[in-house]
Design a protein around this ligand. Structure first.
Ligand code: PLP
Length: 420
Protein backbone atom coordinates (compact mmCIF):
# COMPACT_ATOMS: atom_id res chain seq x y z
CA UNK A 1 0.00 0.00 0.00
CA UNK A 2 1.58 3.20 -1.10
CA UNK A 3 0.73 5.39 1.83
CA UNK A 4 3.13 7.49 3.81
CA UNK A 5 1.97 7.09 7.40
CA UNK A 6 2.78 10.38 9.06
CA UNK A 7 1.22 12.30 11.84
CA UNK A 8 0.07 15.41 10.03
CA UNK A 9 -1.24 18.85 10.93
CA UNK A 10 -2.79 19.19 7.45
CA UNK A 11 -6.59 19.06 7.68
CA UNK A 12 -7.73 17.40 4.45
CA UNK A 13 -10.95 18.59 2.78
CA UNK A 14 -13.90 16.19 3.06
CA UNK A 15 -11.68 13.71 4.95
CA UNK A 16 -12.37 11.69 8.08
CA UNK A 17 -9.27 12.99 9.84
CA UNK A 18 -9.53 10.24 12.46
CA UNK A 19 -8.54 7.85 9.68
CA UNK A 20 -6.47 10.09 7.46
CA UNK A 21 -4.25 11.67 10.10
CA UNK A 22 -2.15 8.54 10.24
CA UNK A 23 -2.11 7.45 6.64
CA UNK A 24 -2.00 9.60 3.52
CA UNK A 25 -1.28 9.02 -0.13
CA UNK A 26 1.46 11.46 -1.02
CA UNK A 27 1.68 12.60 -4.64
CA UNK A 28 5.10 13.98 -5.40
CA UNK A 29 5.37 14.37 -9.18
CA UNK A 30 3.24 14.56 -12.29
CA UNK A 31 4.03 13.99 -15.95
CA UNK A 32 1.40 13.86 -18.68
CA UNK A 33 -1.37 11.48 -17.60
CA UNK A 34 0.83 10.01 -14.88
CA UNK A 35 1.43 10.91 -11.25
CA UNK A 36 4.09 9.46 -8.94
CA UNK A 37 4.06 8.69 -5.24
CA UNK A 38 6.91 9.26 -2.79
CA UNK A 39 8.45 5.91 -3.63
CA UNK A 40 8.48 6.73 -7.33
CA UNK A 41 5.65 4.37 -8.21
CA UNK A 42 3.50 5.69 -11.04
CA UNK A 43 -0.28 5.84 -11.35
CA UNK A 44 -2.51 6.71 -14.27
CA UNK A 45 -4.39 9.85 -13.23
CA UNK A 46 -7.88 8.67 -14.15
CA UNK A 47 -9.48 11.73 -12.56
CA UNK A 48 -7.20 14.59 -13.73
CA UNK A 49 -6.84 15.30 -10.00
CA UNK A 50 -10.17 16.95 -9.14
CA UNK A 51 -11.47 17.12 -12.75
CA UNK A 52 -8.99 19.84 -13.72
CA UNK A 53 -5.70 18.64 -15.21
CA UNK A 54 -7.09 18.89 -18.75
CA UNK A 55 -3.72 19.38 -20.49
CA UNK A 56 -2.03 16.87 -18.18
CA UNK A 57 0.76 17.32 -15.67
CA UNK A 58 4.28 18.68 -16.00
CA UNK A 59 3.78 21.24 -18.76
CA UNK A 60 6.94 23.28 -18.45
CA UNK A 61 5.70 25.98 -20.82
CA UNK A 62 3.02 26.96 -18.29
CA UNK A 63 5.59 26.93 -15.48
CA UNK A 64 7.94 29.09 -17.52
CA UNK A 65 5.24 31.58 -18.49
CA UNK A 66 4.25 31.91 -14.82
CA UNK A 67 7.86 32.29 -13.69
CA UNK A 68 8.52 35.01 -16.28
CA UNK A 69 5.41 36.90 -15.16
CA UNK A 70 6.42 36.57 -11.51
CA UNK A 71 9.79 38.09 -12.26
CA UNK A 72 8.06 41.06 -13.92
CA UNK A 73 5.05 41.56 -11.64
CA UNK A 74 3.97 38.72 -9.38
CA UNK A 75 0.63 40.25 -8.57
CA UNK A 76 -1.33 43.41 -8.25
CA UNK A 77 -4.98 43.95 -7.58
CA UNK A 78 -7.50 44.96 -10.27
CA UNK A 79 -9.84 46.70 -7.82
CA UNK A 80 -11.27 50.00 -9.02
CA UNK A 81 -9.21 51.42 -11.93
CA UNK A 82 -6.13 49.24 -11.40
CA UNK A 83 -5.45 46.75 -14.15
CA UNK A 84 -2.74 44.53 -15.57
CA UNK A 85 -2.26 43.29 -19.10
CA UNK A 86 -2.46 39.51 -18.43
CA UNK A 87 -5.84 39.84 -16.68
CA UNK A 88 -7.15 41.99 -19.53
CA UNK A 89 -5.76 39.64 -22.18
CA UNK A 90 -7.38 36.65 -20.48
CA UNK A 91 -10.74 38.39 -20.12
CA UNK A 92 -10.70 39.47 -23.77
CA UNK A 93 -9.76 36.00 -24.97
CA UNK A 94 -12.44 34.29 -22.87
CA UNK A 95 -15.02 36.81 -24.01
CA UNK A 96 -14.15 35.99 -27.64
CA UNK A 97 -14.48 32.26 -26.97
CA UNK A 98 -17.74 32.51 -25.01
CA UNK A 99 -21.02 31.58 -26.69
CA UNK A 100 -22.51 35.01 -25.93
CA UNK A 101 -21.86 38.33 -27.72
CA UNK A 102 -19.89 41.04 -25.90
CA UNK A 103 -19.63 38.99 -22.72
CA UNK A 104 -17.84 40.47 -19.72
CA UNK A 105 -15.53 38.39 -17.57
CA UNK A 106 -15.26 38.63 -13.77
CA UNK A 107 -12.16 36.78 -12.59
CA UNK A 108 -11.97 34.84 -9.31
CA UNK A 109 -9.68 32.28 -7.73
CA UNK A 110 -11.85 29.18 -8.17
CA UNK A 111 -15.23 27.62 -8.72
CA UNK A 112 -16.88 28.35 -5.38
CA UNK A 113 -15.94 32.01 -5.54
CA UNK A 114 -17.37 32.13 -9.05
CA UNK A 115 -20.65 30.71 -7.77
CA UNK A 116 -20.75 33.38 -5.03
CA UNK A 117 -20.07 36.01 -7.68
CA UNK A 118 -22.79 34.80 -10.05
CA UNK A 119 -25.41 34.49 -7.28
CA UNK A 120 -24.68 37.93 -5.83
CA UNK A 121 -24.62 39.45 -9.30
CA UNK A 122 -27.96 37.81 -10.15
CA UNK A 123 -29.61 39.38 -7.09
CA UNK A 124 -27.95 42.76 -7.74
CA UNK A 125 -29.03 42.66 -11.35
CA UNK A 126 -32.65 42.50 -10.31
CA UNK A 127 -32.15 45.32 -7.82
CA UNK A 128 -30.73 47.44 -10.65
CA UNK A 129 -33.63 46.44 -12.89
CA UNK A 130 -36.11 47.67 -10.26
CA UNK A 131 -37.29 44.19 -9.25
CA UNK A 132 -35.63 43.73 -5.83
CA UNK A 133 -38.13 41.01 -4.86
CA UNK A 134 -36.44 38.67 -7.33
CA UNK A 135 -34.10 37.02 -4.83
CA UNK A 136 -34.89 33.29 -4.90
CA UNK A 137 -32.22 31.01 -6.32
CA UNK A 138 -33.15 27.66 -7.83
CA UNK A 139 -30.82 24.74 -8.32
CA UNK A 140 -31.05 20.94 -8.75
CA UNK A 141 -31.02 17.89 -6.56
CA UNK A 142 -27.54 16.25 -6.76
CA UNK A 143 -26.04 19.63 -7.71
CA UNK A 144 -22.54 20.44 -6.56
CA UNK A 145 -21.57 24.10 -6.67
CA UNK A 146 -18.59 23.98 -4.31
CA UNK A 147 -18.31 24.53 -0.58
CA UNK A 148 -18.27 28.30 -0.22
CA UNK A 149 -21.29 29.79 1.53
CA UNK A 150 -23.45 30.18 -1.54
CA UNK A 151 -22.33 26.92 -3.13
CA UNK A 152 -23.18 25.05 0.07
CA UNK A 153 -26.49 26.89 0.39
CA UNK A 154 -27.67 26.06 -3.13
CA UNK A 155 -26.07 22.61 -3.34
CA UNK A 156 -28.23 19.57 -3.87
CA UNK A 157 -26.18 16.93 -2.05
CA UNK A 158 -27.90 16.75 1.32
CA UNK A 159 -24.91 15.45 3.31
CA UNK A 160 -22.90 18.48 2.20
CA UNK A 161 -25.61 20.88 3.41
CA UNK A 162 -26.40 19.20 6.71
CA UNK A 163 -25.28 20.82 9.94
CA UNK A 164 -24.35 24.24 8.57
CA UNK A 165 -27.65 26.04 9.13
CA UNK A 166 -29.33 28.12 6.47
CA UNK A 167 -26.38 29.78 4.76
CA UNK A 168 -28.40 31.37 1.97
CA UNK A 169 -32.04 32.31 2.51
CA UNK A 170 -34.53 31.83 -0.31
CA UNK A 171 -33.22 28.89 -2.25
CA UNK A 172 -34.97 25.75 -3.55
CA UNK A 173 -33.95 22.59 -5.31
CA UNK A 174 -35.79 20.96 -8.21
CA UNK A 175 -35.52 17.43 -9.64
CA UNK A 176 -32.24 17.11 -11.49
CA UNK A 177 -33.59 15.41 -14.60
CA UNK A 178 -37.04 16.83 -15.22
CA UNK A 179 -37.61 20.30 -16.69
CA UNK A 180 -41.25 20.17 -15.54
CA UNK A 181 -40.03 20.20 -11.95
CA UNK A 182 -38.49 23.62 -12.64
CA UNK A 183 -41.77 24.83 -14.10
CA UNK A 184 -43.64 23.63 -11.01
CA UNK A 185 -41.22 25.43 -8.69
CA UNK A 186 -41.68 28.64 -10.68
CA UNK A 187 -45.46 28.29 -10.47
CA UNK A 188 -45.22 27.72 -6.72
CA UNK A 189 -42.74 30.49 -5.87
CA UNK A 190 -43.70 32.98 -8.56
CA UNK A 191 -41.36 34.10 -11.36
CA UNK A 192 -41.38 37.62 -9.94
CA UNK A 193 -39.57 36.26 -6.85
CA UNK A 194 -36.88 34.25 -8.68
CA UNK A 195 -33.47 35.66 -9.56
CA UNK A 196 -31.69 32.73 -11.16
CA UNK A 197 -31.51 29.02 -11.87
CA UNK A 198 -28.11 27.29 -11.57
CA UNK A 199 -27.35 24.08 -13.47
CA UNK A 200 -24.27 22.02 -14.30
CA UNK A 201 -24.40 20.78 -17.93
CA UNK A 202 -23.14 17.33 -16.90
CA UNK A 203 -23.61 17.01 -13.14
CA UNK A 204 -20.27 16.13 -11.60
CA UNK A 205 -19.62 15.61 -7.92
CA UNK A 206 -23.29 14.78 -7.24
CA UNK A 207 -22.77 11.43 -8.97
CA UNK A 208 -21.96 12.11 -12.64
CA UNK A 209 -25.27 12.54 -14.40
CA UNK A 210 -25.26 13.55 -18.08
CA UNK A 211 -28.40 15.54 -18.95
CA UNK A 212 -31.47 13.73 -20.21
CA UNK A 213 -32.07 14.47 -23.92
CA UNK A 214 -33.76 17.88 -24.19
CA UNK A 215 -33.37 18.69 -20.49
CA UNK A 216 -30.90 21.59 -20.76
CA UNK A 217 -32.64 23.11 -23.78
CA UNK A 218 -35.93 22.75 -21.88
CA UNK A 219 -34.80 24.50 -18.70
CA UNK A 220 -33.08 27.25 -20.70
CA UNK A 221 -36.37 27.89 -22.52
CA UNK A 222 -38.37 27.94 -19.29
CA UNK A 223 -35.91 30.42 -17.75
CA UNK A 224 -36.12 32.64 -20.83
CA UNK A 225 -39.94 32.57 -20.77
CA UNK A 226 -39.91 33.81 -17.17
CA UNK A 227 -36.86 36.09 -17.52
CA UNK A 228 -35.09 34.03 -14.85
CA UNK A 229 -31.32 34.25 -15.23
CA UNK A 230 -29.90 30.93 -16.42
CA UNK A 231 -26.49 30.27 -14.87
CA UNK A 232 -24.54 27.35 -16.33
CA UNK A 233 -22.00 26.04 -13.85
CA UNK A 234 -19.28 24.85 -16.22
CA UNK A 235 -16.59 24.52 -13.56
CA UNK A 236 -16.09 20.88 -14.57
CA UNK A 237 -17.54 20.93 -18.09
CA UNK A 238 -15.51 23.84 -19.49
CA UNK A 239 -12.21 23.91 -21.37
CA UNK A 240 -12.63 20.71 -23.30
CA UNK A 241 -14.10 18.35 -20.72
CA UNK A 242 -17.27 18.00 -22.82
CA UNK A 243 -15.60 18.99 -26.09
CA UNK A 244 -16.12 22.76 -26.08
CA UNK A 245 -14.79 25.90 -24.40
CA UNK A 246 -17.63 26.54 -22.00
CA UNK A 247 -19.31 23.16 -21.74
CA UNK A 248 -22.69 24.38 -23.03
CA UNK A 249 -22.20 24.81 -26.77
CA UNK A 250 -23.24 21.29 -27.82
CA UNK A 251 -26.77 22.01 -26.56
CA UNK A 252 -26.88 25.41 -28.28
CA UNK A 253 -27.23 27.18 -24.92
CA UNK A 254 -26.57 30.88 -24.47
CA UNK A 255 -26.70 31.29 -20.71
CA UNK A 256 -26.94 34.61 -18.89
CA UNK A 257 -23.86 33.63 -16.91
CA UNK A 258 -21.32 30.81 -17.03
CA UNK A 259 -19.16 29.97 -14.03
CA UNK A 260 -15.79 28.39 -14.81
CA UNK A 261 -12.55 27.35 -13.05
CA UNK A 262 -10.49 24.13 -13.10
CA UNK A 263 -9.64 23.49 -16.79
CA UNK A 264 -9.12 27.21 -17.51
CA UNK A 265 -5.63 26.80 -16.00
CA UNK A 266 -5.66 22.97 -15.89
CA UNK A 267 -4.87 23.61 -12.23
CA UNK A 268 -1.42 25.09 -12.75
CA UNK A 269 -2.57 28.05 -10.67
CA UNK A 270 -5.92 28.68 -8.98
CA UNK A 271 -8.19 30.79 -11.16
CA UNK A 272 -11.88 30.87 -12.01
CA UNK A 273 -14.44 33.35 -13.15
CA UNK A 274 -17.84 34.20 -14.50
CA UNK A 275 -18.80 34.93 -18.10
CA UNK A 276 -21.53 37.56 -17.96
CA UNK A 277 -23.90 38.19 -20.85
CA UNK A 278 -24.29 41.75 -22.11
CA UNK A 279 -27.85 41.95 -20.79
CA UNK A 280 -26.69 41.25 -17.22
CA UNK A 281 -23.69 43.58 -17.39
CA UNK A 282 -25.63 46.43 -18.99
CA UNK A 283 -27.07 48.10 -15.85
CA UNK A 284 -23.60 48.18 -14.29
CA UNK A 285 -21.54 49.14 -17.35
CA UNK A 286 -23.85 51.68 -19.00
CA UNK A 287 -24.98 53.71 -16.00
CA UNK A 288 -22.86 55.69 -13.51
CA UNK A 289 -22.81 55.06 -9.78
CA UNK A 290 -23.61 51.35 -9.80
CA UNK A 291 -20.49 49.49 -8.66
CA UNK A 292 -20.81 45.76 -8.05
CA UNK A 293 -19.45 45.76 -4.50
CA UNK A 294 -17.80 42.38 -4.77
CA UNK A 295 -14.36 40.97 -5.51
CA UNK A 296 -11.56 38.99 -3.92
CA UNK A 297 -7.97 40.03 -3.30
CA UNK A 298 -6.68 37.82 -6.09
CA UNK A 299 -9.29 38.61 -8.77
CA UNK A 300 -7.28 39.31 -11.91
CA UNK A 301 -4.03 37.88 -10.49
CA UNK A 302 -1.58 38.38 -13.36
CA UNK A 303 0.50 35.25 -12.78
CA UNK A 304 -2.62 33.07 -12.63
CA UNK A 305 -3.88 34.82 -15.78
CA UNK A 306 -0.64 34.07 -17.62
CA UNK A 307 -0.91 30.42 -16.61
CA UNK A 308 -4.45 30.38 -18.00
CA UNK A 309 -3.32 31.96 -21.28
CA UNK A 310 -0.52 29.41 -21.68
CA UNK A 311 -2.99 26.62 -20.92
CA UNK A 312 -5.44 27.95 -23.54
CA UNK A 313 -2.56 28.01 -26.04
CA UNK A 314 -1.96 24.30 -25.40
CA UNK A 315 -5.67 23.42 -25.63
CA UNK A 316 -5.79 25.22 -28.98
CA UNK A 317 -2.47 24.10 -30.44
CA UNK A 318 -3.00 20.43 -29.56
CA UNK A 319 -6.68 20.57 -30.58
CA UNK A 320 -7.69 19.05 -27.28
CA UNK A 321 -11.36 20.03 -27.59
CA UNK A 322 -11.68 17.94 -30.76
CA UNK A 323 -9.64 15.21 -29.10
CA UNK A 324 -12.09 15.17 -26.18
CA UNK A 325 -14.90 14.56 -28.67
CA UNK A 326 -13.01 11.57 -30.04
CA UNK A 327 -12.27 10.16 -26.57
CA UNK A 328 -15.87 10.33 -25.41
CA UNK A 329 -16.95 7.05 -26.99
CA UNK A 330 -13.86 4.93 -26.18
CA UNK A 331 -14.09 6.02 -22.54
CA UNK A 332 -17.79 5.21 -22.40
CA UNK A 333 -17.14 1.84 -24.08
CA UNK A 334 -14.38 0.99 -21.60
CA UNK A 335 -16.76 1.66 -18.70
CA UNK A 336 -19.76 -0.02 -20.35
CA UNK A 337 -17.75 -3.21 -20.62
CA UNK A 338 -17.96 -3.31 -16.81
CA UNK A 339 -21.76 -3.22 -16.81
CA UNK A 340 -22.02 -7.03 -16.74
CA UNK A 341 -19.84 -7.29 -13.62
CA UNK A 342 -21.90 -8.63 -10.69
CA UNK A 343 -20.68 -5.79 -8.42
CA UNK A 344 -21.86 -3.10 -10.86
CA UNK A 345 -25.31 -1.52 -10.75
CA UNK A 346 -25.11 1.14 -13.43
CA UNK A 347 -22.61 2.80 -15.78
CA UNK A 348 -23.06 6.48 -16.63
CA UNK A 349 -21.23 8.64 -19.14
CA UNK A 350 -21.04 9.19 -22.87
CA UNK A 351 -21.12 12.98 -22.64
CA UNK A 352 -17.60 14.30 -22.53
CA UNK A 353 -14.51 12.73 -21.03
CA UNK A 354 -16.48 11.84 -17.92
CA UNK A 355 -17.87 8.59 -16.61
CA UNK A 356 -18.95 6.72 -13.52
CA UNK A 357 -19.45 3.12 -12.50
CA UNK A 358 -22.02 2.72 -9.77
CA UNK A 359 -21.87 -0.31 -7.52
CA UNK A 360 -24.86 -2.63 -7.22
CA UNK A 361 -27.31 -1.29 -4.61
CA UNK A 362 -27.66 -4.60 -2.73
CA UNK A 363 -23.89 -4.91 -2.49
CA UNK A 364 -23.54 -1.38 -1.11
CA UNK A 365 -26.40 -1.92 1.34
CA UNK A 366 -24.71 -5.01 2.73
CA UNK A 367 -21.20 -3.55 2.64
CA UNK A 368 -21.09 0.28 2.70
CA UNK A 369 -17.26 0.26 2.75
CA UNK A 370 -17.11 -1.54 -0.61
CA UNK A 371 -16.79 1.63 -2.67
CA UNK A 372 -13.71 2.98 -0.95
CA UNK A 373 -12.15 -0.48 -0.78
CA UNK A 374 -12.60 -0.85 -4.53
CA UNK A 375 -11.10 2.59 -5.14
CA UNK A 376 -8.08 1.67 -3.03
CA UNK A 377 -7.71 -1.66 -4.80
CA UNK A 378 -7.74 0.12 -8.17
CA UNK A 379 -5.12 2.54 -6.87
CA UNK A 380 -2.99 -0.41 -5.80
CA UNK A 381 -3.28 -1.57 -9.41
CA UNK A 382 -1.87 1.77 -10.55
CA UNK A 383 -4.96 3.77 -11.54
CA UNK A 384 -6.58 6.71 -9.75
CA UNK A 385 -10.40 6.78 -9.71
CA UNK A 386 -12.65 8.68 -7.36
CA UNK A 387 -15.47 7.53 -5.06
CA UNK A 388 -18.52 9.71 -5.67
CA UNK A 389 -21.75 8.89 -3.87
CA UNK A 390 -22.32 5.26 -4.84
CA UNK A 391 -20.04 5.33 -7.87
CA UNK A 392 -16.44 5.46 -8.96
CA UNK A 393 -15.86 8.45 -11.21
CA UNK A 394 -13.40 8.82 -14.05
CA UNK A 395 -12.34 12.06 -15.80
CA UNK A 396 -8.80 11.67 -17.16
CA UNK A 397 -6.66 14.41 -18.73
CA UNK A 398 -7.71 15.14 -22.33
CA UNK A 399 -4.29 13.99 -23.58
CA UNK A 400 -5.01 10.38 -22.61
CA UNK A 401 -4.84 7.81 -25.42
CA UNK A 402 -7.06 4.83 -26.08
CA UNK A 403 -4.71 2.21 -24.66
CA UNK A 404 -4.47 4.22 -21.44
CA UNK A 405 -8.28 4.37 -21.36
CA UNK A 406 -8.28 0.57 -21.65
CA UNK A 407 -5.90 0.44 -18.73
CA UNK A 408 -8.46 2.30 -16.61
CA UNK A 409 -11.14 -0.22 -17.59
CA UNK A 410 -8.88 -3.21 -16.90
CA UNK A 411 -7.82 -1.94 -13.49
CA UNK A 412 -11.41 -1.18 -12.55
CA UNK A 413 -12.49 -4.70 -13.48
CA UNK A 414 -9.70 -6.20 -11.44
CA UNK A 415 -10.51 -3.90 -8.51
CA UNK A 416 -14.17 -4.97 -8.69
CA UNK A 417 -13.10 -8.64 -8.87
CA UNK A 418 -11.23 -8.20 -5.61
CA UNK A 419 -14.52 -7.38 -3.87
CA UNK A 420 -15.75 -10.93 -4.39
C1 PLP B 1 -19.70 22.18 -10.82
C2 PLP B 1 -18.82 22.77 -9.76
N1 PLP B 1 -19.05 24.01 -9.34
C3 PLP B 1 -18.27 24.59 -8.40
C4 PLP B 1 -17.22 23.92 -7.84
C5 PLP B 1 -16.38 24.58 -6.79
O1 PLP B 1 -15.12 24.86 -7.26
P1 PLP B 1 -13.91 25.10 -6.23
O2 PLP B 1 -13.66 23.78 -5.58
O3 PLP B 1 -12.80 25.58 -7.13
O4 PLP B 1 -14.37 26.15 -5.28
C6 PLP B 1 -16.94 22.63 -8.26
C7 PLP B 1 -15.80 21.87 -7.69
O5 PLP B 1 -15.61 20.71 -7.95
C8 PLP B 1 -17.76 22.03 -9.23
O6 PLP B 1 -17.56 20.77 -9.64
Amino acid sequence: MSTAPRNTALWHPFADMFEVKNGQFCVSKGDGVWIYDQEGRRYLDGTASLWYANVGHGRTEIAEAAAAQMRELESYSVFNDFTNRPAEALADRLSQLAPMDNAKIFLTTGGGESIDTAAKLARQYWVQRGQPRRTHILSRGHAYHGTNGVGTGIGGIEVNRAGFGELVPETSRVAHDDAESLREAIDRIGADRIAAFFAEPVMGAGGLYPPQPGYLEGVAKICAEHEILFVADAVICGFGRVGSWFGVERWGLRPDMITFAKGVTSGYLPLGGVVIAERVAEPFWNHPGRPFRHGATYSGHPTAAVAALANLDILEREKLLARADKLELPLHDALRRLADHPAVGEVRGGTGVLGAVELAPDLLAADPGALVRTQLAIRELGVIVRPLGKALAVSPPLIINESEIDLIGTAMREGLDRLA
